[in-house]
Design a binder for this molecule. Structure first.
Ligand code: ADP
Ligand code: ADP
Ligand code: ZN
Length: 216
Protein backbone atom coordinates (compact mmCIF):
# COMPACT_ATOMS: atom_id res chain seq x y z
CA UNK A 1 0.00 0.00 0.00
CA UNK A 2 1.44 3.34 -1.04
CA UNK A 3 -0.52 6.01 0.76
CA UNK A 4 -0.28 9.77 1.18
CA UNK A 5 -1.87 11.63 4.09
CA UNK A 6 -2.74 15.10 2.90
CA UNK A 7 -4.14 17.92 5.01
CA UNK A 8 -3.28 21.24 6.59
CA UNK A 9 -0.93 21.56 9.56
CA UNK A 10 -2.82 20.29 12.62
CA UNK A 11 -5.27 18.10 10.66
CA UNK A 12 -4.11 15.03 12.58
CA UNK A 13 -1.82 13.43 9.99
CA UNK A 14 0.90 12.47 12.48
CA UNK A 15 -1.61 11.24 15.07
CA UNK A 16 -3.39 9.00 12.57
CA UNK A 17 -0.20 7.85 10.85
CA UNK A 18 1.25 6.55 14.13
CA UNK A 19 -1.73 4.22 14.57
CA UNK A 20 -2.23 3.37 10.88
CA UNK A 21 1.28 2.08 10.27
CA UNK A 22 0.87 -0.47 13.09
CA UNK A 23 -2.19 -1.82 11.33
CA UNK A 24 -0.86 -1.67 7.79
CA UNK A 25 2.72 -2.79 8.54
CA UNK A 26 4.33 -0.14 6.36
CA UNK A 27 6.89 2.50 7.37
CA UNK A 28 5.71 5.94 8.49
CA UNK A 29 7.60 8.54 6.48
CA UNK A 30 7.22 12.07 7.83
CA UNK A 31 9.37 14.75 6.22
CA UNK A 32 8.76 17.00 9.24
CA UNK A 33 10.10 14.25 11.57
CA UNK A 34 13.08 13.68 9.27
CA UNK A 35 13.94 17.39 9.29
CA UNK A 36 13.55 17.58 13.09
CA UNK A 37 15.84 14.56 13.50
CA UNK A 38 18.42 16.24 11.23
CA UNK A 39 18.19 19.42 13.31
CA UNK A 40 18.71 17.45 16.56
CA UNK A 41 21.81 15.77 15.21
CA UNK A 42 23.14 19.01 13.75
CA UNK A 43 23.66 17.74 10.18
CA UNK A 44 23.99 20.18 7.24
CA UNK A 45 20.46 19.17 6.19
CA UNK A 46 19.22 20.14 9.64
CA UNK A 47 20.97 23.50 9.54
CA UNK A 48 19.42 24.28 6.16
CA UNK A 49 15.93 23.05 7.06
CA UNK A 50 15.80 24.91 10.38
CA UNK A 51 15.97 28.32 8.72
CA UNK A 52 12.83 27.59 6.73
CA UNK A 53 10.93 25.72 9.44
CA UNK A 54 11.39 28.46 12.04
CA UNK A 55 9.73 30.91 9.69
CA UNK A 56 6.92 28.51 8.80
CA UNK A 57 8.12 28.27 5.20
CA UNK A 58 8.63 25.12 3.17
CA UNK A 59 12.07 23.60 2.78
CA UNK A 60 13.01 23.85 -0.95
CA UNK A 61 11.65 21.14 -3.22
CA UNK A 62 15.06 19.85 -4.39
CA UNK A 63 16.11 19.16 -0.81
CA UNK A 64 12.82 17.59 0.22
CA UNK A 65 12.43 15.45 -2.89
CA UNK A 66 16.03 14.29 -2.43
CA UNK A 67 15.47 12.91 1.06
CA UNK A 68 12.22 11.24 -0.01
CA UNK A 69 13.86 9.61 -3.03
CA UNK A 70 16.54 8.15 -0.74
CA UNK A 71 14.01 7.03 1.85
CA UNK A 72 11.57 5.24 -0.45
CA UNK A 73 14.46 3.44 -2.15
CA UNK A 74 15.17 1.65 1.17
CA UNK A 75 14.24 -2.06 1.30
CA UNK A 76 11.59 -1.57 4.02
CA UNK A 77 9.52 0.47 1.54
CA UNK A 78 9.22 -2.37 -0.96
CA UNK A 79 5.76 -3.37 0.30
CA UNK A 80 4.60 0.23 0.54
CA UNK A 81 4.73 3.21 2.84
CA UNK A 82 2.66 5.93 4.45
CA UNK A 83 3.75 9.44 3.53
CA UNK A 84 2.85 12.11 6.10
CA UNK A 85 3.56 15.73 5.14
CA UNK A 86 4.89 14.92 1.67
CA UNK A 87 4.14 16.03 -1.02
CA UNK A 88 3.34 19.63 -0.10
CA UNK A 89 3.78 21.34 -3.49
CA UNK A 90 2.82 20.50 -7.06
CA UNK A 91 6.49 20.09 -7.94
CA UNK A 92 6.88 17.54 -5.13
CA UNK A 93 3.77 15.67 -6.29
CA UNK A 94 5.09 15.49 -9.84
CA UNK A 95 8.49 14.33 -8.61
CA UNK A 96 6.80 11.62 -6.54
CA UNK A 97 4.84 10.43 -9.58
CA UNK A 98 8.14 10.07 -11.45
CA UNK A 99 9.73 8.17 -8.56
CA UNK A 100 6.78 5.77 -8.52
CA UNK A 101 6.48 5.34 -12.28
CA UNK A 102 6.77 1.63 -12.95
CA UNK A 103 5.83 0.83 -9.33
CA UNK A 104 2.11 1.22 -9.90
CA UNK A 105 1.78 4.73 -8.49
CA UNK A 106 -0.08 5.70 -5.33
CA UNK A 107 -2.92 3.55 -4.02
CA UNK A 108 -4.66 6.32 -2.08
CA UNK A 109 -4.34 9.95 -1.10
CA UNK A 110 -6.38 10.71 1.99
CA UNK A 111 -7.28 14.34 2.51
CA UNK A 112 -8.03 15.01 6.19
CA UNK A 113 -10.31 18.04 6.31
CA UNK A 114 -10.56 20.31 9.39
CA UNK A 115 -11.89 23.91 9.58
CA UNK A 116 -9.27 26.63 9.82
CA UNK A 117 -10.21 28.06 13.24
CA UNK A 118 -9.88 24.59 14.80
CA UNK A 119 -6.41 24.14 13.30
CA UNK A 120 -5.05 27.11 15.20
CA UNK A 121 -6.28 25.69 18.53
CA UNK A 122 -4.89 22.27 17.69
CA UNK A 123 -1.45 23.55 16.72
CA UNK A 124 -0.94 25.99 19.59
CA UNK A 125 -2.01 23.30 22.10
CA UNK A 126 0.15 20.54 20.59
CA UNK A 127 2.88 18.99 22.72
CA UNK A 128 5.43 16.40 21.55
CA UNK A 129 7.60 13.88 23.38
CA UNK A 130 11.29 14.65 23.14
CA UNK A 131 12.22 10.97 23.27
CA UNK A 132 9.64 9.00 21.28
CA UNK A 133 7.87 11.72 19.27
CA UNK A 134 4.38 10.88 20.62
CA UNK A 135 1.87 13.63 19.89
CA UNK A 136 -0.36 15.14 22.61
CA UNK A 137 -2.74 18.04 22.98
CA UNK A 138 -3.29 20.05 26.15
CA UNK A 139 -7.09 19.73 25.79
CA UNK A 140 -7.91 16.99 23.29
CA UNK A 141 -5.28 14.37 24.00
CA UNK A 142 -3.76 15.32 27.32
CA UNK A 143 -1.04 13.20 28.95
CA UNK A 144 -1.88 11.67 32.34
CA UNK A 145 0.86 13.68 34.03
CA UNK A 146 1.56 17.20 32.87
CA UNK A 147 4.61 17.46 30.57
CA UNK A 148 5.37 13.73 30.82
CA UNK A 149 4.91 11.22 27.96
CA UNK A 150 2.43 8.43 28.84
CA UNK A 151 4.22 5.83 26.76
CA UNK A 152 7.92 6.44 27.53
CA UNK A 153 8.12 8.91 30.45
CA UNK A 154 9.98 11.39 28.25
CA UNK A 155 9.62 15.13 28.58
CA UNK A 156 7.00 16.92 26.49
CA UNK A 157 7.83 20.13 24.63
CA UNK A 158 6.14 22.65 22.37
CA UNK A 159 7.52 22.89 18.84
CA UNK A 160 9.00 26.33 18.12
CA UNK A 161 6.89 26.57 14.95
CA UNK A 162 3.67 25.93 16.92
CA UNK A 163 3.60 29.50 18.29
CA UNK A 164 0.59 31.46 17.04
CA UNK A 165 2.45 33.74 14.65
CA UNK A 166 4.29 30.95 12.82
CA UNK A 167 1.13 28.84 12.77
CA UNK A 168 -0.70 31.56 10.81
CA UNK A 169 2.13 31.68 8.32
CA UNK A 170 2.10 27.88 7.93
CA UNK A 171 -1.66 27.91 7.28
CA UNK A 172 -1.15 30.56 4.58
CA UNK A 173 1.60 28.48 3.02
CA UNK A 174 -0.74 25.48 3.08
CA UNK A 175 -3.49 27.39 1.26
CA UNK A 176 -1.16 28.68 -1.43
CA UNK A 177 1.20 25.78 -2.01
CA UNK A 178 -0.39 22.58 -0.72
CA UNK A 179 -4.18 22.95 -1.17
CA UNK A 180 -3.80 22.77 -5.01
CA UNK A 181 -2.80 19.12 -4.53
CA UNK A 182 -6.43 18.33 -3.71
CA UNK A 183 -7.34 19.05 -7.32
CA UNK A 184 -4.20 17.36 -8.63
CA UNK A 185 -5.05 14.07 -6.91
CA UNK A 186 -8.77 14.35 -7.62
CA UNK A 187 -7.89 14.43 -11.30
CA UNK A 188 -5.77 11.31 -10.85
CA UNK A 189 -8.80 9.61 -9.26
CA UNK A 190 -6.97 8.65 -6.05
CA UNK A 191 -8.22 11.30 -3.61
CA UNK A 192 -10.54 10.51 -0.73
CA UNK A 193 -11.59 13.24 1.67
CA UNK A 194 -12.47 12.37 5.25
CA UNK A 195 -13.82 14.49 8.10
CA UNK A 196 -10.94 15.22 10.47
CA UNK A 197 -13.15 17.31 12.74
CA UNK A 198 -14.26 14.50 15.04
CA UNK A 199 -12.78 12.37 17.83
CA UNK A 200 -9.41 10.78 17.05
CA UNK A 201 -10.94 7.27 17.01
CA UNK A 202 -13.78 8.32 14.73
CA UNK A 203 -11.27 9.79 12.28
CA UNK A 204 -9.34 6.52 12.37
CA UNK A 205 -12.50 4.53 11.63
CA UNK A 206 -13.28 6.73 8.63
CA UNK A 207 -9.71 6.35 7.44
CA UNK A 208 -10.02 2.59 7.67
CA UNK A 209 -13.19 2.67 5.57
CA UNK A 210 -11.54 4.93 2.99
CA UNK A 211 -8.67 2.44 2.71
CA UNK A 212 -11.04 -0.54 2.49
CA UNK A 213 -9.76 -1.98 5.79
CA UNK A 214 -11.93 -3.77 8.35
CA UNK A 215 -10.55 -3.27 11.83
CA UNK A 216 -13.81 -3.51 13.77
P1 ADP B 1 2.74 19.74 10.59
O1 ADP B 1 2.65 18.39 11.24
O2 ADP B 1 2.34 20.81 11.52
O3 ADP B 1 2.03 19.83 9.29
P2 ADP B 1 5.41 18.98 9.77
O4 ADP B 1 6.07 18.36 10.93
O5 ADP B 1 4.85 18.09 8.73
O6 ADP B 1 4.28 19.99 10.31
O7 ADP B 1 6.40 20.01 9.05
C1 ADP B 1 7.08 20.97 9.80
C2 ADP B 1 7.88 21.85 8.85
O8 ADP B 1 8.84 21.05 8.15
C3 ADP B 1 7.08 22.54 7.76
O9 ADP B 1 6.50 23.77 8.20
C4 ADP B 1 8.17 22.78 6.70
O10 ADP B 1 9.01 23.87 7.07
C5 ADP B 1 8.98 21.49 6.82
N1 ADP B 1 8.46 20.47 5.90
C6 ADP B 1 7.87 19.29 6.25
N2 ADP B 1 7.51 18.60 5.17
C7 ADP B 1 7.86 19.37 4.09
C8 ADP B 1 7.73 19.21 2.67
N3 ADP B 1 7.14 18.13 2.13
N4 ADP B 1 8.21 20.21 1.88
C9 ADP B 1 8.79 21.28 2.39
N5 ADP B 1 8.94 21.51 3.72
C10 ADP B 1 8.48 20.54 4.56
P1 ADP C 1 -0.51 17.14 11.78
O1 ADP C 1 0.52 16.03 11.75
O2 ADP C 1 -1.50 17.03 10.67
O3 ADP C 1 0.11 18.50 11.88
P2 ADP C 1 -1.06 16.20 14.49
O4 ADP C 1 -1.39 14.76 14.37
O5 ADP C 1 0.26 16.57 15.03
O6 ADP C 1 -1.38 16.96 13.10
O7 ADP C 1 -2.22 16.87 15.40
C1 ADP C 1 -2.19 18.26 15.71
C2 ADP C 1 -2.71 18.44 17.14
O8 ADP C 1 -4.09 18.14 17.18
C3 ADP C 1 -2.05 17.54 18.17
O9 ADP C 1 -1.95 18.24 19.38
C4 ADP C 1 -3.02 16.37 18.29
O10 ADP C 1 -2.99 15.77 19.60
C5 ADP C 1 -4.35 17.04 18.06
N1 ADP C 1 -5.32 16.19 17.36
C6 ADP C 1 -5.08 15.27 16.39
N2 ADP C 1 -6.23 14.70 15.97
C7 ADP C 1 -7.23 15.28 16.68
C8 ADP C 1 -8.67 15.13 16.70
N3 ADP C 1 -9.30 14.26 15.89
N4 ADP C 1 -9.37 15.90 17.56
C9 ADP C 1 -8.74 16.78 18.37
N5 ADP C 1 -7.40 16.97 18.41
C10 ADP C 1 -6.65 16.23 17.57
ZN1 ZN D 1 7.57 9.47 24.70
Amino acid sequence: MKIVLLGPPGAGKGTQADVLVKKLFVPHISTGDMFRAAISSGTPLGVEAKGYMDKGQLVPDEVTVGIIADRIAQPDCREGFLLDGFPRTLAQAEALDKLLAGLGGLDAVINISVPLDKLIVRLTGRRMCRDCGNIYHLLYNAPEKEDVCDSCGGQLYQRADDCEETVKNRLDVYEKQTAPLIEYYTRQGVLKTINGDQQINAVLAELGDALGQHWG
